[in-house]
Design a protein around this ligand. Structure first.
Ligand SMILES: NC(=O)C[C@H]([NH3+])C(=O)NS(=O)(=O)OC[C@H]1O[C@@H](n2cnc3c(N)ncnc32)[C@H](O)[C@@H]1O
Ligand SMILES: [Mg+2]
Length: 435
């Protein structure tokens, strides 16, 4: 029975004969002996020593089954354990032109992502990502939220028509979903608090380190909630994911050289910063924005916040900041207007500390059919595509709200990755749709 290297690296196995299966990760041949670092299917590596002639034709990434006796030697790389090889079975000899080596360009690593996923960095990233997804699910399940699955082929925009991917759907036009939100709103009337993890698509015509064309979207929606309820759900969820990821993936975070001292401080409550106060802070710092015409001017009330303003607001923060009460004009049609403050939306964005930018957007939804119909029209959307959605206001409308969290945005913060593309296995951007 074959074992994984993590099992073998213990004093229990010293002197025992074991079998491991994996791929040749590094190969050093000397006159007498050859030293093969074999990587198992979870990325663990152990040194295997053979007489040089026994592994003559072996190449990097050849798939092998090694049998031998475990010994301990402080000089052995990867933890001081090694296998003195007795037998090696080669399943497949890899081509001698394996393209992933010590040093290569980011572009090549993206072009060969299907192979680069075998590198230690991407194995660590993939394991952290799997844990983040697992923890997101664990939090919702443990707190009584119901998982639902929304469609990803839809007929309407949620976040504005400019970032829709159009597709030919049999004899009609359809789009790839930007967000599951509208469907989650349909499910709260029978399932209460619901959540989903779906791919969301945005035809972002911008090359930034924070945007993907396809991202993993963790969304939630609940009936009978206030904006404060929605903020508390988010800060508990994000704190839970971060605190447990720091513990459960300490080895991988260490491999990525991520000092997690700052992440250990992430716990509720997060700061609530009113939008007007945020603008005041930015104006006091002489913050400027560039208009479409290219002219620069001082930021003022009514402007949306961009990454530069978010960075300025969070650069010295040790915990996320909720910016609350954006102007309704810069928010989508579904955002509820504050009945006490005309023109102000009951919405909030969660901004990660240290300039990592927006992690979530959320808030209360407009639950009055006349108001939301007007807002759909005002946004230039075709009300016919939302007739089913308006039924949710026609039949039993209730105060409700929710949020969307970008998994890759959260991952970029947790791993301190330079680029959001590093946090996803097969990134999709404006200039990349393969492999
Ligand atoms: N159920 C909801 O209320 C979600 C809501 N309809 C929504 O889609 N909001 S959002 O556009 O701000 O996107 C939500 C989050 O989704 C992430 N997001 C949003 N767009 C992207 C892109 N292009 N790439 C990566 N991540 C992205 C980011 O963290 C945002 O805060
Ligand atoms: Mg947003």
């Amino acid at each position: 029975m074959s074992l994984r290297t993590s099992q073998i690296k213990s004093s229990d196995y010293i002197g025992k004969e074991v079998t491991i299966r994996g791929w040749v990760y590094r190969l050093r041949k000397q006159k007498e002996n050859a030293f093969a670092l074999v990587r198992d299917d979870r990325g663990g590596v152990i040194q295997c020593i053979f007489p040089a002639d026994k592994v003559a034709g072996l190449t990097i990434e050849s798939s092998v089954e090694v049998t031998g006796v475990v010994s301990q030697d402080a000089r052995a790389p990867e933890g001081g354990y090694e296998i003195k090889g007795k037998n090696i079975r080669v399943y497949s000899v890899a081509g001698t032109d394996y393209p992933i080596g010590e040093y290569q360009s980011d572009e090549l690593l993206l072009d060969k992502r299907h192979l680069a996923l075998r590198t230690r960095k991407m194995v660590a990233m993939a394991k952290i990502r799997a844990t983040v997804l697992d923890l997101g699910r664990r939090w919702f399940v443990d707190n009584g939220w119901m998982e639902v699955t929304a469609p990803t082929i839809v007929k309407g925009a949620v976040e504005g028509g400019s970032t829709l991917f159009k597709l030919k759907y049999f004899d009609e036009e359809a789009y790839l979903s930007q967000s599951a939100q509208l469907y989650l709103e349909a499910m709260i009337f029978s399932l209460g608090p619901v959540w989903s993890l779906t791919p969301s698509f945005r035809a972002e015509k911008s090359r930034t380190v924070r945007h993907l064309a396809e991202f993993s979207h963790l969304e939630a929606e609940a009936p009978w909630v206030t904006l404060e309820d929605i903020l508390q759900v988010q800060e508990q969820l994000v704190s839970y994911i971060i605190q447990k990821t720091v513990k459960e993936r300490a080895e991988e975070l260490a491999f990525l050289k991520r000092d997690t001292t700052d992440l250990k401080k992430i716990e509720p409550p997060f700061e609530r910063l009113p939008y007007d106060k945020a603008i005041e802070i930015l104006r006091s710092k002489g913050f400027t924005v560039t208009e479409e015409s290219g002219t620069k001017r001082e930021i003022r009330a009514g402007d949306d916040l961009n990454i530069d303003s978010e960075r300025e607001l969070t650069k010295d923060a040790s915990k996320p900041i909720f910016v609350i009460g954006y102007p309704i004009a810069v928010k989508p049609f579904y955002v509820k207007e504050d009945p006490e403050r005309k023109g102000v939306g009951l919405a909030a964005d969660m901004l990660a500390p240290r300039g990592f930018g927006e992690i979530t957007s959320g808030g209360l939804r407009e639950d009055d059919i006349v108001s939301i119909t007007e807002r759909i029209k005002k946004e230039g959307l075709n009300p016919a595509a939302y007739d089913w959605y308006l039924d949710l206001r026609r039949y039993g409308s209730v105060p409700h709200g929710g949020f969307g969290l970008g998994i890759e945005r959260l991952m970029r913060w947790i791993t301190n990755a330079d680029d959001i593309k590093d946090t996803v296995l097969f990134p999709r951007t404006m200039s990349r749709v393969t492999p």
